[in-house]
Design a protein around this ligand. Structure first.
Ligand code: NAD
Length: 286
């Protein structure tokens, strides 16, 4: 049987989540996605109307099949955690069972188990503010959506992951080097995510024979990145200063993800793997 993957954080065809889904589909995996509740409607409508058909094309000419789209808000672990104003919000009230615990239960009921878990989501409401001006609420929201969301996903999905399976997340170099502009506690959230990768690799390795890695990706003009405000500058900086002076394609991150969750990477766990045209290795670029 082919492998089954659940990819959290796909809401259009521009981001890393979509590229990872494609690379896994091309390698023969069955694709399930988790889509942020407020983005669900437009994503499903676009998918149904064929808006993504061009970008669903796989190398063999077939179209990637997304077997099921689950509404998900990874900021909430179970229904008890959802505040009233969110519950009654029009965009949320139209969907159900979108807390992490409920999504894991639904996937279990629908498919029994998965082999691959991908976390490709982040959110920092104050990302455009310098850390020095970030509120406690904004900082904690960044950590909740971008770091704890991964702990929670793995916590709830591990029991339905087949031994030998693997999980990955996406991180950014702002965790270890100062990147002015990547604010609101997002740099802190990525530092937590990378540290958690090591601890979770130990725990999930011992508990379920599951590997845990994170990809430190270079800049991509995704929807989330455009919200930060200076993504074009980051892309240009990388183009000028990285060892490999070429555009970084989302598919290059997708391919690395496919490798990392495959048996080819069977001894790799707890690692932060750079897919950034080598930019992270530079001190002074000329
Ligand atoms: P993206 O917009 O394609 O993906 C982010 C997704 O997160 C969106 O689909 C959004 O709907 C979803 N999301 C936000 N809050 C959520 C929540 N509470 N519950 C569920 N889903 C939620 O953008 P992307 O840049 O491809 O981001 C994917 C990952 O890649 C993120 O972790 C990001 O930090 C990381 N990354 C991006 C870059 C870059 O330059 N784009 C660089 C390095 C790392």
């Amino acid at each position: 049987r082919g492998k089954r993957a659940f990819i959290a954080g796909v809401a259009d065809d521009n981001g890393y989540g979509w590229a990872i889904a494609k690379a896994l589909a091309a390698a023969g995996a069955e694709i399930l996605v988790g889509t942020w509740v407020p983005a669900l409607n437009i994503f499903e409508t676009s998918l149904r109307r064929g808006k993504f058909d061009e970008s669903r094309k796989l190398p063999d000419g077939s179209l990637m099949d997304i077997v099921k789209v689950y509404p998900l808000d990874a900021v909430y672990d179970s229904p008890e955690d959802v505040p009233e104003d969110v519950k009654s919000n029009k965009r949320y009230a139209g969907s159900s069972n979108w807390t992490v615990k409920e999504v894991a239960e639904s996937v279990k009921n629908d498919f029994g188990s998965i082999d691959i878990l991908v976390h490709s989501l982040a959110n920092g409401p104050e990302v455009t503010k310098p850390l020095l001006e970030t509120s406690r609420r904004g900082y904690l929201a960044a950590i909740s959506a971008s770091s704890y969301s991964y702990v929670s996903l793995l916590q709830h999905f591990l029991p339905i992951m087949n031994p030998g399976g693997a999980t990955i997340s996406l991180t950014y170099i702002a965790s270890e080097r100062a990147i002015p502009g990547y604010g609101g506690g997002m740099s802190s959230a990525k530092a937590a995510l990378e540290s958690d990768t090591r601890v979770l690799a130990f725990e999930a390795g011992r508990k379920g024979k599951i590997r845990v890695n994170t990809i430190s990706a270079g800049p991509l003009g995704s929807r989330a990145a455009k919200a930060i405000g200076f993504i074009e500058k980051m892309i240009e900086y990388s183009y000028v200063n990285a060892p490999l002076q070429k555009e970084l394609l989302a598919d290059e991150v997708g391919n690395t993800a496919a490798f990392l969750v495959s048996p080819l990477a069977s001894a790799i766990t707890g690692s932060t793997v750079y897919v950034d045209n080598g930019l992270n290795t530079m001190g002074l670029a000329i």
